[in-house]
Design a protein around this ligand. Structure first.
Ligand code: ADP
Length: 496
Protein backbone atom coordinates (compact mmCIF):
# COMPACT_ATOMS: atom_id res chain seq x y z
CA UNK A 1 0.00 0.00 0.00
CA UNK A 2 1.19 3.52 -0.76
CA UNK A 3 1.27 4.90 2.75
CA UNK A 4 3.84 7.65 2.67
CA UNK A 5 3.79 11.26 1.54
CA UNK A 6 6.89 12.88 0.11
CA UNK A 7 7.20 16.63 0.75
CA UNK A 8 9.57 18.90 -1.15
CA UNK A 9 10.64 21.94 0.85
CA UNK A 10 12.39 23.96 -1.81
CA UNK A 11 13.82 26.96 0.09
CA UNK A 12 16.06 29.90 -0.71
CA UNK A 13 19.30 28.25 0.34
CA UNK A 14 18.53 24.52 0.25
CA UNK A 15 16.30 21.80 -1.16
CA UNK A 16 14.89 19.28 1.30
CA UNK A 17 12.84 16.13 0.90
CA UNK A 18 10.87 14.94 3.92
CA UNK A 19 9.08 11.66 4.22
CA UNK A 20 5.84 11.44 6.24
CA UNK A 21 4.10 8.25 7.37
CA UNK A 22 0.38 7.40 7.38
CA UNK A 23 -0.01 9.35 10.64
CA UNK A 24 1.60 12.46 9.10
CA UNK A 25 4.63 12.01 11.34
CA UNK A 26 8.01 12.91 9.83
CA UNK A 27 10.07 9.76 9.23
CA UNK A 28 13.25 11.15 7.74
CA UNK A 29 14.59 14.03 5.69
CA UNK A 30 17.54 14.83 3.45
CA UNK A 31 18.76 18.32 2.65
CA UNK A 32 21.16 19.78 0.13
CA UNK A 33 22.34 23.36 -0.18
CA UNK A 34 22.83 25.02 -3.54
CA UNK A 35 24.80 28.02 -4.77
CA UNK A 36 23.77 31.62 -4.19
CA UNK A 37 24.88 33.82 -7.07
CA UNK A 38 25.48 37.55 -6.59
CA UNK A 39 26.44 38.93 -10.03
CA UNK A 40 26.15 42.58 -8.88
CA UNK A 41 25.34 44.39 -5.63
CA UNK A 42 21.63 43.89 -4.95
CA UNK A 43 21.27 41.08 -7.46
CA UNK A 44 20.56 37.49 -6.34
CA UNK A 45 20.30 34.55 -8.73
CA UNK A 46 20.02 30.75 -8.57
CA UNK A 47 20.88 28.19 -11.21
CA UNK A 48 17.41 26.70 -11.81
CA UNK A 49 18.94 23.46 -13.08
CA UNK A 50 20.88 23.11 -9.83
CA UNK A 51 17.65 23.68 -7.88
CA UNK A 52 15.95 20.87 -9.79
CA UNK A 53 18.94 18.53 -9.53
CA UNK A 54 19.35 19.12 -5.79
CA UNK A 55 15.63 18.65 -5.19
CA UNK A 56 15.38 15.37 -7.08
CA UNK A 57 18.64 14.11 -5.57
CA UNK A 58 17.36 14.56 -1.99
CA UNK A 59 14.04 12.92 -2.94
CA UNK A 60 15.84 9.86 -4.31
CA UNK A 61 18.15 9.75 -1.30
CA UNK A 62 15.42 9.88 1.32
CA UNK A 63 13.64 7.00 -0.42
CA UNK A 64 16.72 4.82 -0.76
CA UNK A 65 17.89 5.55 2.80
CA UNK A 66 14.56 4.29 4.08
CA UNK A 67 14.41 1.30 1.72
CA UNK A 68 11.30 2.64 0.06
CA UNK A 69 10.29 2.61 -3.58
CA UNK A 70 8.42 5.31 -5.41
CA UNK A 71 5.40 2.98 -5.42
CA UNK A 72 5.27 3.32 -1.58
CA UNK A 73 4.51 7.04 -1.97
CA UNK A 74 0.86 8.12 -2.13
CA UNK A 75 1.59 11.66 -3.23
CA UNK A 76 4.11 14.47 -3.59
CA UNK A 77 3.57 17.88 -1.95
CA UNK A 78 5.62 20.94 -2.87
CA UNK A 79 6.32 24.04 -0.76
CA UNK A 80 8.65 26.48 -2.45
CA UNK A 81 10.49 29.78 -2.12
CA UNK A 82 8.02 32.26 -3.56
CA UNK A 83 8.28 34.90 -6.32
CA UNK A 84 11.60 33.57 -7.70
CA UNK A 85 11.28 33.74 -11.48
CA UNK A 86 12.38 31.25 -14.16
CA UNK A 87 11.89 31.24 -17.94
CA UNK A 88 12.75 28.12 -19.87
CA UNK A 89 12.61 26.77 -23.41
CA UNK A 90 9.63 24.44 -23.84
CA UNK A 91 11.49 22.36 -26.44
CA UNK A 92 14.81 21.79 -24.66
CA UNK A 93 13.65 22.33 -21.07
CA UNK A 94 16.66 24.60 -20.51
CA UNK A 95 16.32 27.89 -18.60
CA UNK A 96 17.16 30.91 -20.77
CA UNK A 97 18.75 32.71 -17.79
CA UNK A 98 19.47 32.09 -14.11
CA UNK A 99 16.43 32.29 -11.86
CA UNK A 100 15.97 35.79 -10.42
CA UNK A 101 15.47 35.33 -6.69
CA UNK A 102 12.80 37.10 -4.59
CA UNK A 103 15.55 39.02 -2.74
CA UNK A 104 16.87 40.54 -5.98
CA UNK A 105 16.53 44.36 -6.13
CA UNK A 106 17.49 44.97 -9.80
CA UNK A 107 14.03 46.26 -10.69
CA UNK A 108 13.59 48.61 -7.74
CA UNK A 109 14.18 51.79 -9.79
CA UNK A 110 11.47 50.67 -12.22
CA UNK A 111 9.17 49.96 -9.27
CA UNK A 112 9.76 53.48 -7.92
CA UNK A 113 8.89 54.85 -11.35
CA UNK A 114 5.62 52.88 -11.35
CA UNK A 115 4.76 54.40 -7.98
CA UNK A 116 5.47 57.90 -9.33
CA UNK A 117 3.24 57.13 -12.30
CA UNK A 118 0.43 56.50 -9.84
CA UNK A 119 0.04 52.75 -10.38
CA UNK A 120 -0.01 51.82 -6.67
CA UNK A 121 -3.76 51.71 -6.23
CA UNK A 122 -4.42 49.76 -9.44
CA UNK A 123 -1.83 47.13 -8.56
CA UNK A 124 -3.02 46.87 -4.96
CA UNK A 125 -6.64 46.55 -5.98
CA UNK A 126 -5.98 43.74 -8.44
CA UNK A 127 -3.19 41.81 -6.72
CA UNK A 128 -3.36 42.78 -3.03
CA UNK A 129 0.37 43.65 -3.24
CA UNK A 130 2.45 46.79 -2.93
CA UNK A 131 4.59 47.62 -5.97
CA UNK A 132 7.98 46.14 -5.18
CA UNK A 133 10.91 44.40 -6.88
CA UNK A 134 10.22 41.46 -4.53
CA UNK A 135 7.40 40.08 -6.74
CA UNK A 136 7.84 38.22 -10.06
CA UNK A 137 6.20 40.67 -12.51
CA UNK A 138 9.03 43.18 -12.89
CA UNK A 139 11.66 40.41 -12.85
CA UNK A 140 9.91 38.85 -15.82
CA UNK A 141 9.86 42.18 -17.63
CA UNK A 142 13.60 42.52 -16.97
CA UNK A 143 14.28 39.10 -18.51
CA UNK A 144 12.40 40.02 -21.68
CA UNK A 145 14.34 43.25 -21.96
CA UNK A 146 17.74 41.72 -21.30
CA UNK A 147 17.83 38.22 -22.78
CA UNK A 148 18.27 38.58 -26.48
CA UNK A 149 15.66 36.88 -28.62
CA UNK A 150 13.43 36.07 -25.62
CA UNK A 151 10.48 38.14 -26.76
CA UNK A 152 10.46 36.71 -30.29
CA UNK A 153 10.64 33.17 -28.93
CA UNK A 154 7.84 33.86 -26.42
CA UNK A 155 5.67 35.28 -29.19
CA UNK A 156 6.11 32.02 -31.10
CA UNK A 157 5.03 30.12 -27.95
CA UNK A 158 8.46 28.61 -27.40
CA UNK A 159 9.04 29.76 -23.81
CA UNK A 160 7.48 28.99 -20.45
CA UNK A 161 7.53 31.08 -17.26
CA UNK A 162 7.14 29.73 -13.78
CA UNK A 163 7.88 30.23 -10.12
CA UNK A 164 9.85 27.36 -8.57
CA UNK A 165 6.76 25.15 -8.09
CA UNK A 166 6.05 25.30 -11.85
CA UNK A 167 9.67 24.62 -12.68
CA UNK A 168 9.84 21.54 -10.43
CA UNK A 169 6.54 20.17 -11.75
CA UNK A 170 7.59 20.70 -15.37
CA UNK A 171 10.71 18.64 -14.67
CA UNK A 172 8.89 16.01 -12.60
CA UNK A 173 6.46 15.45 -15.47
CA UNK A 174 9.08 15.67 -18.26
CA UNK A 175 7.37 18.77 -19.63
CA UNK A 176 3.79 17.47 -19.64
CA UNK A 177 2.47 19.86 -16.97
CA UNK A 178 2.91 23.61 -16.92
CA UNK A 179 0.97 24.66 -13.82
CA UNK A 180 1.21 26.78 -10.67
CA UNK A 181 -1.12 26.94 -7.69
CA UNK A 182 -3.15 29.99 -6.66
CA UNK A 183 -0.90 30.85 -3.70
CA UNK A 184 2.18 31.10 -5.90
CA UNK A 185 0.26 32.91 -8.66
CA UNK A 186 -0.87 35.51 -6.11
CA UNK A 187 2.78 36.55 -5.57
CA UNK A 188 3.60 37.31 -9.20
CA UNK A 189 1.93 40.76 -9.31
CA UNK A 190 0.28 39.53 -12.54
CA UNK A 191 -2.61 37.57 -11.05
CA UNK A 192 -5.94 39.10 -10.16
CA UNK A 193 -6.86 37.68 -6.75
CA UNK A 194 -10.54 38.60 -7.19
CA UNK A 195 -11.29 37.33 -10.71
CA UNK A 196 -8.80 34.47 -10.20
CA UNK A 197 -7.18 34.96 -13.58
CA UNK A 198 -4.02 36.42 -15.10
CA UNK A 199 -4.80 40.10 -15.40
CA UNK A 200 -4.79 41.56 -18.94
CA UNK A 201 -4.06 45.12 -17.71
CA UNK A 202 -1.04 43.99 -15.71
CA UNK A 203 0.29 41.82 -18.54
CA UNK A 204 -0.05 44.91 -20.67
CA UNK A 205 1.68 47.15 -18.15
CA UNK A 206 4.70 44.84 -17.91
CA UNK A 207 4.49 43.81 -21.56
CA UNK A 208 4.33 40.08 -20.81
CA UNK A 209 3.19 37.69 -23.58
CA UNK A 210 0.33 35.53 -22.31
CA UNK A 211 1.67 32.40 -24.03
CA UNK A 212 4.37 31.93 -21.39
CA UNK A 213 2.05 31.72 -18.38
CA UNK A 214 1.29 28.50 -16.50
CA UNK A 215 -2.23 27.25 -15.89
CA UNK A 216 -3.35 28.17 -12.37
CA UNK A 217 -4.63 25.23 -10.33
CA UNK A 218 -5.83 24.42 -6.80
CA UNK A 219 -3.33 23.84 -3.97
CA UNK A 220 -4.58 20.33 -3.19
CA UNK A 221 -5.76 18.09 -6.01
CA UNK A 222 -4.68 15.19 -8.23
CA UNK A 223 -2.64 17.42 -10.53
CA UNK A 224 -0.94 14.74 -12.58
CA UNK A 225 1.75 12.10 -12.39
CA UNK A 226 5.46 12.55 -11.95
CA UNK A 227 7.09 10.61 -14.75
CA UNK A 228 8.15 7.01 -14.16
CA UNK A 229 11.61 7.94 -15.43
CA UNK A 230 12.14 10.45 -12.62
CA UNK A 231 11.67 8.36 -9.48
CA UNK A 232 11.15 4.89 -10.95
CA UNK A 233 7.35 4.78 -10.66
CA UNK A 234 4.67 7.36 -11.45
CA UNK A 235 3.65 9.32 -8.32
CA UNK A 236 0.77 11.75 -8.17
CA UNK A 237 1.60 15.39 -7.48
CA UNK A 238 -1.18 16.45 -5.14
CA UNK A 239 -0.07 19.46 -3.08
CA UNK A 240 1.44 22.82 -4.06
CA UNK A 241 1.85 26.04 -2.05
CA UNK A 242 4.24 28.92 -1.52
CA UNK A 243 6.32 28.39 1.64
CA UNK A 244 4.50 30.83 3.96
CA UNK A 245 1.08 29.65 2.85
CA UNK A 246 2.21 26.04 3.34
CA UNK A 247 3.30 26.96 6.87
CA UNK A 248 -0.13 28.50 7.58
CA UNK A 249 -1.72 25.24 6.47
CA UNK A 250 0.89 23.17 8.32
CA UNK A 251 -0.13 25.05 11.49
CA UNK A 252 -3.73 24.04 10.70
CA UNK A 253 -4.81 27.69 10.68
CA UNK A 254 -7.74 26.66 8.55
CA UNK A 255 -10.46 28.78 10.12
CA UNK A 256 -10.96 32.47 9.60
CA UNK A 257 -9.12 34.50 12.28
CA UNK A 258 -6.36 31.93 12.89
CA UNK A 259 -2.79 33.22 12.62
CA UNK A 260 0.74 31.85 12.54
CA UNK A 261 4.16 33.41 12.90
CA UNK A 262 7.43 31.83 11.79
CA UNK A 263 10.39 33.15 13.81
CA UNK A 264 13.49 32.55 11.71
CA UNK A 265 15.96 35.11 10.39
CA UNK A 266 12.93 37.37 9.95
CA UNK A 267 9.40 36.89 11.28
CA UNK A 268 6.62 35.96 8.88
CA UNK A 269 3.03 36.41 9.96
CA UNK A 270 -0.04 35.19 8.16
CA UNK A 271 -3.66 35.48 9.15
CA UNK A 272 -6.43 33.40 7.58
CA UNK A 273 -9.19 35.84 6.55
CA UNK A 274 -11.52 33.18 5.18
CA UNK A 275 -13.49 33.57 1.97
CA UNK A 276 -12.95 37.32 1.80
CA UNK A 277 -9.85 39.12 0.62
CA UNK A 278 -9.33 41.84 3.25
CA UNK A 279 -7.89 44.99 1.77
CA UNK A 280 -5.31 46.33 4.22
CA UNK A 281 -5.37 49.91 5.45
CA UNK A 282 -2.33 49.18 7.58
CA UNK A 283 0.36 48.32 5.02
CA UNK A 284 -0.08 44.55 5.00
CA UNK A 285 -0.31 42.36 1.90
CA UNK A 286 -3.50 40.63 0.83
CA UNK A 287 -2.78 37.23 -0.61
CA UNK A 288 -4.28 33.85 -1.42
CA UNK A 289 -3.72 31.16 1.20
CA UNK A 290 -4.86 28.17 -0.80
CA UNK A 291 -7.59 26.70 -2.96
CA UNK A 292 -9.11 23.40 -1.94
CA UNK A 293 -11.93 22.07 -4.10
CA UNK A 294 -13.66 25.20 -5.34
CA UNK A 295 -12.97 27.18 -2.18
CA UNK A 296 -10.42 29.94 -1.99
CA UNK A 297 -9.00 30.97 1.39
CA UNK A 298 -7.47 34.44 1.58
CA UNK A 299 -4.84 35.70 4.00
CA UNK A 300 -3.21 38.86 5.27
CA UNK A 301 0.56 38.83 5.45
CA UNK A 302 3.16 40.94 7.22
CA UNK A 303 6.92 40.37 7.46
CA UNK A 304 9.49 41.63 9.93
CA UNK A 305 13.00 41.77 8.42
CA UNK A 306 15.12 41.13 11.52
CA UNK A 307 13.77 38.53 13.94
CA UNK A 308 16.12 35.76 15.13
CA UNK A 309 18.85 37.58 13.21
CA UNK A 310 19.13 40.11 16.04
CA UNK A 311 20.33 37.24 18.24
CA UNK A 312 22.79 36.21 15.53
CA UNK A 313 24.10 39.76 15.55
CA UNK A 314 24.59 39.73 19.34
CA UNK A 315 26.39 36.40 18.92
CA UNK A 316 28.60 37.22 15.93
CA UNK A 317 28.77 41.02 15.88
CA UNK A 318 29.11 41.68 19.62
CA UNK A 319 30.27 38.20 20.72
CA UNK A 320 27.85 38.19 23.65
CA UNK A 321 27.62 34.38 23.54
CA UNK A 322 28.66 31.43 21.43
CA UNK A 323 25.27 29.88 20.73
CA UNK A 324 21.90 31.53 20.09
CA UNK A 325 20.23 29.37 22.75
CA UNK A 326 22.43 30.93 25.46
CA UNK A 327 20.45 34.14 24.95
CA UNK A 328 17.59 32.72 27.01
CA UNK A 329 19.55 32.14 30.22
CA UNK A 330 21.41 35.43 29.84
CA UNK A 331 18.19 37.42 29.35
CA UNK A 332 16.58 35.49 32.21
CA UNK A 333 19.40 36.48 34.59
CA UNK A 334 17.87 39.96 34.96
CA UNK A 335 14.35 40.69 36.20
CA UNK A 336 13.46 42.97 33.29
CA UNK A 337 14.94 45.00 30.44
CA UNK A 338 16.21 47.64 32.90
CA UNK A 339 14.68 50.35 30.71
CA UNK A 340 16.63 49.26 27.59
CA UNK A 341 14.84 49.18 24.22
CA UNK A 342 16.48 47.77 21.11
CA UNK A 343 14.92 48.53 17.71
CA UNK A 344 16.69 46.06 15.38
CA UNK A 345 16.15 48.03 12.18
CA UNK A 346 19.47 46.68 10.87
CA UNK A 347 18.10 46.56 7.31
CA UNK A 348 15.29 49.10 7.70
CA UNK A 349 11.85 48.28 9.06
CA UNK A 350 9.30 46.01 7.36
CA UNK A 351 5.57 45.71 8.10
CA UNK A 352 3.77 47.68 9.31
CA UNK A 353 6.30 50.58 9.47
CA UNK A 354 7.96 50.21 6.04
CA UNK A 355 10.90 52.50 6.51
CA UNK A 356 13.98 51.48 4.56
CA UNK A 357 15.96 54.34 6.07
CA UNK A 358 15.42 53.24 9.68
CA UNK A 359 18.52 51.89 11.41
CA UNK A 360 19.23 49.84 14.53
CA UNK A 361 18.97 51.75 17.80
CA UNK A 362 19.54 50.84 21.45
CA UNK A 363 17.90 53.31 23.81
CA UNK A 364 17.73 53.78 27.57
CA UNK A 365 21.32 52.73 28.34
CA UNK A 366 22.55 53.74 31.81
CA UNK A 367 25.65 52.87 33.84
CA UNK A 368 23.75 49.90 35.24
CA UNK A 369 23.11 48.39 31.79
CA UNK A 370 24.86 45.11 31.01
CA UNK A 371 24.86 42.38 28.35
CA UNK A 372 21.89 40.69 29.93
CA UNK A 373 19.69 43.79 29.62
CA UNK A 374 20.66 44.28 25.99
CA UNK A 375 20.01 40.61 25.22
CA UNK A 376 16.67 40.80 26.95
CA UNK A 377 15.83 43.95 24.99
CA UNK A 378 16.81 42.16 21.76
CA UNK A 379 14.52 39.20 22.50
CA UNK A 380 11.73 41.59 23.48
CA UNK A 381 12.23 43.49 20.22
CA UNK A 382 11.23 40.36 18.30
CA UNK A 383 8.02 40.19 20.33
CA UNK A 384 7.32 43.92 19.97
CA UNK A 385 7.75 43.82 16.19
CA UNK A 386 5.47 40.80 15.81
CA UNK A 387 2.98 42.55 18.06
CA UNK A 388 3.00 45.61 15.78
CA UNK A 389 2.02 43.38 12.83
CA UNK A 390 -0.65 41.60 14.89
CA UNK A 391 -2.08 44.98 15.87
CA UNK A 392 -2.20 46.03 12.20
CA UNK A 393 -3.94 42.76 11.34
CA UNK A 394 -6.48 43.23 14.11
CA UNK A 395 -7.22 46.76 12.84
CA UNK A 396 -7.74 45.49 9.28
CA UNK A 397 -10.08 42.77 10.57
CA UNK A 398 -11.80 45.07 13.08
CA UNK A 399 -11.47 42.44 15.76
CA UNK A 400 -8.82 41.04 18.08
CA UNK A 401 -6.69 38.05 17.19
CA UNK A 402 -7.02 35.65 20.09
CA UNK A 403 -4.41 33.03 19.36
CA UNK A 404 -1.07 32.81 17.59
CA UNK A 405 0.57 29.58 16.49
CA UNK A 406 4.36 29.80 16.32
CA UNK A 407 7.21 27.97 14.63
CA UNK A 408 10.77 28.58 13.37
CA UNK A 409 14.18 28.26 15.04
CA UNK A 410 13.79 31.07 17.59
CA UNK A 411 10.66 29.63 19.25
CA UNK A 412 12.90 27.19 21.11
CA UNK A 413 13.32 30.23 23.38
CA UNK A 414 10.59 30.05 26.06
CA UNK A 415 11.35 33.55 27.35
CA UNK A 416 10.67 34.96 23.87
CA UNK A 417 7.45 33.00 23.38
CA UNK A 418 6.19 33.94 26.87
CA UNK A 419 6.99 37.59 26.16
CA UNK A 420 4.97 37.34 22.93
CA UNK A 421 1.96 36.07 24.88
CA UNK A 422 2.42 38.78 27.53
CA UNK A 423 2.91 41.75 25.23
CA UNK A 424 0.19 40.75 22.77
CA UNK A 425 -2.21 39.58 25.46
CA UNK A 426 -2.97 36.42 23.50
CA UNK A 427 -2.57 32.69 23.81
CA UNK A 428 0.56 31.53 21.96
CA UNK A 429 0.73 27.91 20.88
CA UNK A 430 3.86 25.97 19.98
CA UNK A 431 3.21 22.71 18.13
CA UNK A 432 5.17 19.46 18.40
CA UNK A 433 6.18 19.61 14.76
CA UNK A 434 7.95 22.90 14.12
CA UNK A 435 8.72 22.08 10.46
CA UNK A 436 5.41 23.55 9.42
CA UNK A 437 6.32 24.46 5.84
CA UNK A 438 7.12 20.87 4.87
CA UNK A 439 4.24 19.63 7.00
CA UNK A 440 1.83 21.94 5.15
CA UNK A 441 3.02 20.58 1.79
CA UNK A 442 2.53 17.03 3.08
CA UNK A 443 -0.94 17.84 4.48
CA UNK A 444 -2.03 19.40 1.17
CA UNK A 445 -0.69 16.38 -0.74
CA UNK A 446 -2.34 13.81 1.56
CA UNK A 447 -5.60 15.71 1.38
CA UNK A 448 -5.34 15.84 -2.42
CA UNK A 449 -4.92 12.08 -2.77
CA UNK A 450 -7.63 11.29 -0.22
CA UNK A 451 -5.13 9.74 2.22
CA UNK A 452 -6.46 12.15 4.87
CA UNK A 453 -9.50 14.40 5.23
CA UNK A 454 -9.60 17.76 6.96
CA UNK A 455 -10.89 16.36 10.29
CA UNK A 456 -8.09 13.81 10.37
CA UNK A 457 -5.52 16.49 9.70
CA UNK A 458 -6.88 18.65 12.50
CA UNK A 459 -6.69 15.73 14.91
CA UNK A 460 -3.13 14.87 13.85
CA UNK A 461 -1.83 18.38 14.53
CA UNK A 462 -0.38 18.38 18.07
CA UNK A 463 0.31 21.12 20.62
CA UNK A 464 3.61 20.95 22.48
CA UNK A 465 3.10 23.93 24.81
CA UNK A 466 0.62 26.76 25.36
CA UNK A 467 1.83 30.13 26.66
CA UNK A 468 -0.84 32.27 28.33
CA UNK A 469 -0.53 36.00 28.87
CA UNK A 470 0.39 36.83 32.43
CA UNK A 471 1.30 40.52 32.30
CA UNK A 472 -0.73 43.28 33.96
CA UNK A 473 -2.46 45.57 31.47
CA UNK A 474 -0.78 48.69 32.89
CA UNK A 475 2.69 47.20 32.45
CA UNK A 476 1.84 46.01 28.94
CA UNK A 477 0.67 49.40 27.84
CA UNK A 478 3.72 51.15 29.32
CA UNK A 479 6.08 48.76 27.54
CA UNK A 480 4.22 49.13 24.24
CA UNK A 481 4.14 52.90 24.33
CA UNK A 482 7.85 53.10 25.22
CA UNK A 483 8.61 50.70 22.35
CA UNK A 484 6.64 52.94 19.97
CA UNK A 485 8.69 55.94 21.07
CA UNK A 486 11.86 53.95 20.41
CA UNK A 487 10.65 53.00 16.91
CA UNK A 488 10.09 56.67 16.10
CA UNK A 489 13.71 57.41 17.05
CA UNK A 490 14.99 54.63 14.77
CA UNK A 491 13.05 55.84 11.73
CA UNK A 492 14.46 57.95 8.89
CA UNK A 493 18.02 57.72 10.23
CA UNK A 494 19.97 56.92 7.05
CA UNK A 495 19.40 60.02 4.99
CA UNK A 496 22.57 59.66 2.90
P1 ADP B 1 15.90 30.49 8.84
O1 ADP B 1 14.96 29.42 8.36
O2 ADP B 1 15.46 31.88 8.52
O3 ADP B 1 17.34 30.23 8.50
P2 ADP B 1 15.56 29.25 11.47
O4 ADP B 1 14.11 28.95 11.56
O5 ADP B 1 16.53 28.14 11.26
O6 ADP B 1 15.83 30.45 10.43
O7 ADP B 1 15.96 30.02 12.82
C1 ADP B 1 17.25 30.51 13.02
C2 ADP B 1 17.19 31.89 13.69
O8 ADP B 1 16.66 31.75 14.99
C3 ADP B 1 18.57 32.51 13.82
O9 ADP B 1 18.48 33.87 13.44
C4 ADP B 1 18.92 32.38 15.30
O10 ADP B 1 19.65 33.49 15.76
C5 ADP B 1 17.57 32.30 15.97
N1 ADP B 1 17.58 31.40 17.12
C6 ADP B 1 17.85 30.08 17.13
N2 ADP B 1 17.75 29.57 18.37
C7 ADP B 1 17.39 30.61 19.17
C8 ADP B 1 17.11 30.74 20.57
N3 ADP B 1 17.16 29.69 21.40
N4 ADP B 1 16.77 31.96 21.02
C9 ADP B 1 16.69 33.02 20.19
N5 ADP B 1 16.93 32.95 18.89
C10 ADP B 1 17.29 31.77 18.38
Amino acid sequence: MSDYILAFDQGTTSSRAILYDREARPVDSVQKEFKQLFPQPGWVEHDATEIWESQIAVAREVLSKNHLKASDIAGIGIANQRETTVIWNRQTGNPIHNAIVWQDRRTSAYCKQLVLEGKTEMVREKTGLVIDAYFSGTKLKWLFENVSGAREMAEKGELAFGTIDSWLIWNLTSGRLHITDVSNASRTMLYNIHTLSWDADLLDLFDIPESILPKVVASSDMHGLADQSVLGHPIVISGIAGDQQAALFGQMCVEEGMAKCTYGTGCFLMLNTGKQPVSSKNKLLTTIGWKIGDNITYALEGSVFIGGAVIQWLRDGLQFFQFAEESEALAGSVADNGGVYFVPALTGLGAPHWDQDARGTILGITRGTNRAHITRAALESIGFQVNDVLTAMAKDMSHEIRQLRVDGGAVANDLLVQFQADISGIEVIRPVNLETTALGAAYLAGLGTGLWNMEELQSKWEVENTFNPGMEETQRSTLKSTWSRAVERAKAWDIS
